[in-house]
Design a protein around this ligand. Sequence first.
Ligand code: XMP
Length: 516
Amino acid sequence: TVLVVDFGAQYAQLIARRVREARVYSEIVPSTMPAAEILAKNPKAIILSGGPSSVYAEGAPSIDRELFEAGVPVLGICYGFQLMATTLGGTVDNTGSREYGRTELTVSKPSSTLFEGTPGAQQVWMSHGDACSAAPKGFTVTASTDLVPVAAFEDDGRKLYGIQHHPEVMHSTHGQQVLEHFLYRGAGLSPAWTTESIVDEQVAAIRAQVGSRRAICGLSGGVDSAVAAALVQRAIGDQLTCVYVDHGLMRKGETEQVEKDFVAATGVQLKVVDAADRFINALAGVSDPEQKRKIIGREFIRVFEQAQAEIVAEAPSDEPVAFLVQGTLYPDVVESGGGTGAANIKSHHNVGGLPEDLEFELVEPLRKLFKDEVRMVGQELGLPDEIVQRQPFPGPGLGIRIVGEVTRERLDLLREADAIAREELTAAGLDRDIWQCPVVLLADVRSVGVQGDARTYGHPVVLRPVSSEDAMTADWSRLPYHVLARISTRITNEVAEINRVTLDVTSKPPGTIEWE
Ligand code: XMP
């Protein structure tokens, strides 16, 4: 394991991802963790991340010297580089001049461990105020910029390396190479962490955890729960039962996809509960978005509990159903403090958010993985692209994409319009460019149109294509006009009652991605 010590800001996760892209397993630890504890984890290498502080700011995070003296290779990046410099006796000046953004780095020692084989002048991404003016004793300066005399240094004997720039961002053109040099040449690691090895390791861990007992998993049709279920199925076979609650708010073809493709690919034991009537009845007369969400969440839990009781009744066994499989991902784990979090089921605003009094032990085979790694594991397990590459879809489904009351007829209209938009976006090869494209039915709005010389009085739909990294912020996607035109023509021609297609050009913030 390579440990990335997180000094704040957003950099640590990105570094951890880049290390993993180099096929070396990495984990993030907070900078408040004492050096002894970090070293006790037996890391093969340590990377100190960048952070928002100045090493001179009051209360700025620091680091025990011990970390550099244990013989573990260390790479300091940006703030981590400056900490390394000051901790080991170098000089960092509070120059007041900031270097920010694209900068040219001049490599002064081309044969250095980190820079060998990279250009003598290369573009890097900088973001710092203070600057290192003298390297600690024993270190060789390996690069500089116009403003910073010491932009990189290394002590190959002690396996200590530092760079002022951010190798983890795309704008550092040789960043990945520099990181890999640290990992392979500096720390002597090899690229052994592969998707295959992840699967093997997780399968073994799940078997050890579950033993001969039974587990259930709520499938939502989304990537995370599908991959988690497939992994657990690979590990314990029929000791796992998946429950898929069809709440009638699914998109066209979704339930079939789970029923057929997912089962075909995994051989999983699946219980599909058709609860459409129940949900649609419960939603009758309700227009308020929060109330809709609450109703959907509540009904989901009831149906799930009932399904669980049925599973126990249908297949009596001495082995209790003791485990609940969840598709928790690494970013959630890091953000909630990285604890082992034994039994706390986080109640996201998710239909899958199960009540806390369900007495299960959690199986979370994805809790060390980033989303793109989850997709790779899904592929490795043989799941079809339609599942593995799916765009996010909210748990409450189309129920929160009908502005106004949710009825069967309205759901049917929206399902058709949504299917057309998805089909055209896929045909245009845009699925990977956009994050998702909700289609929203303005059910309480009517608009006048003309079709075949006759007046129509129908409903508008809104296309909401967005690009995003993590759904926290988003921008509206600049879809090509010809694609928009095709979607518009097809929806208005093929879906009676919809006579207008509009485009949402709001970023997030201020608009959320979904309309409700
Ligand atoms: P908003 O609308 O908050 O959405 O910008 C951000 C992302 O989350 C999805 N979303 C949900 N996902 N349960 C979910 O599982 C929900 O209740 C829910 N609400 C929104 C949304 O599709 C987008 O990707």
